[in-house]
Design a protein around this ligand. Structure first.
Ligand code: CP
Length: 353
């Protein structure tokens, strides 16, 4: 049962968020019973919150991806109509940070399933008057919201609010911690292309240090049997990388020669001004994915990127935009966005239907 917090102030919010950053708790309330592969209408996977992929069993991830396949097959038809599995449910999209893909795809996913959505952004809300995260959540819950989809700049924020509300919580990206639905859509995209993730070689390329996408992908891909490598300047590798069971490259040519697929990360320019890089030109020269590199090693590579992209910094225009030959790369960037709607339908159905 949910226990109300006795003390309520900004200090307590910050304390729990910092504590969660130092000692990440991955309590996902997962009990997998039976997963229906054939139908998107029935699932027996029970998952109350989705705050990260660390610790989620392979069967549960596979169940979500199988459910996604059912939704995707319908989504790509003209004028898809879905059963209103979430009719009369109220889903609050609580976004303390900007978003295009995650917010809109959750909104579309929820509406396909018949739910009502409410969008909260910190600008224009009472957060600007000093209201805390916990008070914001409690007040939205008092308006009979059934689920919270939270994006927040603080690592651990989603896990933190599972202690504030007994409604379902979905992490839509928290600081540099996790972005589980992005990783699920990345895994779905890879599985759809290669058929299986077992022994697939995936390199995560670029600004790993600041990336919640990287962490969720490392956990999820490894759980499903993929081999994962990181390739980045030494200053942008997280200090705990050695504990994550990943291969490390600092030479991009070696990394792409090894990999079947690359997940290219956005260089988080807003966070990389503190001496992480000598210059953007040097970063691009050493770590930018472009045709010249792939031509040199004559290597076919499936290319993913969570977006938004910094064109001609971490990825060249040709590589970002090529969805068919000529060239050695195949871009999945827009396919990922389409898959994001299907993945989020699968997550909402599993948590709320
Ligand atoms: N990939 C991703 O999280 O994109 P948005 O920030 O646009 O949601």
């Amino acid at each position: 049962m949910h226990k109300p917090q006795p003390v309520n102030n900004r200090f307590i919010d910050s304390f729990f968020i910092i504590a969660n950053r130092l000692f990440p708790i991955n309590n996902f309330f997962v009990t997998s019973e039976e997963i229906s592969v054939s139908s998107y209408q029935i699932t027996h996977l029970t998952l109350k919150n989705l705050t990260g992929l660390c610790g989620i069993p392979a069967g549960d991830i596979t169940g979500l991806l199988d459910l996604t396949a059912g939704f995707k097959s319908k989504l790509v038809t003209p004028d898809p109509v879905f059963p209103a599995l979430l009719q009369n449910r109220r889903i609050a999209l609580v976004f303390f940070e900007n978003s295009t893909r995650t917010r809109f795809s959750f909104e579309i996913a929820a509406r396909h399933l018949g739910a009502n959505t409410l969008t909260f952004t910190s600008s224009g809300s009472s957060v600007s008057k000093g209201e805390t995260l916990s008070d914001t959540i409690r007040n939205l819950e008092a308006m009979k919201v059934d689920a919270f989809i939270l994006r927040h700049a603080s690592s651990g924020a989603a896990e933190f609010i599972t202690g504030i509300t007994n409604k379902s919580v979905i992490n839509a990206g928290d600081g540099a911690h996790e972005h589980p639905t992005q990783a699920l859509l990345d895994m779905f995209t890879l599985r759809e292309h290669f058929g299986s993730l077992a022994d697939l070689r995936v390199v995560i390329l670029g600004d790993v240090l600041h990336s919640r996408v990287a962490r969720s992908n490392i956990f999820g891909l490894q759980t499903l049997g993929a081999q994962v490598a990181l390739c980045s300047p030494a200053t942008l590798i997280p200090p705990d990388a050695a504990c994550l069971g990943v291969k490390l490259f600092t030479d991009l040519d070696h990394a792409i020669a090894w990999a079947d697929a690359a997940i290219v990360l956005r260089l988080q320019l807003e966070r990389t001004t503190g001496g992480y890089l000598p210059s953007l030109e040097e970063y691009s020269a050493h770590f930018g994915l472009n045709d010249e590199r792939l031509d040199k090693i004559r290597k076919h590579l499936l290319v993913l990127h969570p977006g938004p992209i910094n064109r001609e910094i971490e990825i060249s225009n040709n590589v970002a935009d090529r969805i068919q030959p000529p060239g050695y790369s195949k871009s999945m960037l827009l396919e990922q966005v389409t898959n994001g709607v299907a993945v989020r339908m699968a997550v909402l159905q599993t948590l709320l239907a």
